[in-house]
Design a protein around this ligand. Structure first.
Ligand SMILES: [Zn+2]
Length: 189
């Protein structure tokens, strides 16, 4: 049976049955199928950088990987295009074939990282991506992006925490009115 060539499949022949041996590999993979189905995804033709450590242990090959990618899509509030860095890590043991059903196995002296990379990346993608944490979204009447038109932002649309803070500030100012220091300042004016 011909095995489909996959860029996520690494040759570990030099490590098989040589516990204690270790090797590091850096590679860049061009994504074929998109990762993620939400507002942002790692798109086909984009690149993923992999920093992989392969350690030979008695049971198989222990794989530790750092994944660097870029997810593209749109802000969930104001709909502009955004690109978000994706950085994930995983560690998994690829065991030698033992007749038991195991999820990750060294096959034909190779380890296939595709499903691990895919799962780690997809899980890390935000469900509600935003262009910036305080993105005010779109004006409900004009559809304009409020971040570009701050004059359209009404007090109700602002973060309620700011209103609470403003109220606190006002009561503190009132408090100083009753102190002698405030009275003194008024005399000096
Ligand atoms: Zn936004």
């Amino acid at each position: 049976m011909a095995i489909k060539h996959s860029p996520y499949r690494l040759n570990v022949r030099d490590l098989v049955n040589r516990p204690g041996e270790m090797r590091e590999e850096q590679l860049t993979v061009v994504v074929d199928d998109a990762m993620g189905e939400g507002l942002v995804s790692v798109r086909p033709e984009s690149e993923i950088d992999l920093d992989v450590r392969l350690e030979s242990v008695h049971e198989g090959v222990l794989v530790t990987a750092e994944v660097d990618a870029t997810a593209e899509g749109e802000c969930g509030r104001c709909l502009i295009d955004i690109a978000l860095p994706v950085q994930v890590e995983f560690q998994e043991l690829f065991a030698y074939h033992s007749g038991e059903a195991i999820e990750y196995e060294v096959q034909d002296d190779h380890v296939d990282l595709e499903s691990l990379i895919r799962d780690a990346v997809v899980l890390s993608l935000p469900f509600q991506p935003v262009c910036r944490p305080d993105c005010p979204g779109l004006d409900p009447e004009t559809g304009l992006r409020l971040a570009d038109h701050p004059e359209l932002v009404t007090p109700e649309q602002r973060d309620p925490r700011w209103a609470a803070l403003a109220g606190l500030q006002a009561s503190e100012d009132n408090g100083t009115e009753h102190e002698s220091g405030a009275a003194q300042q008024r005399e000096e004016r």
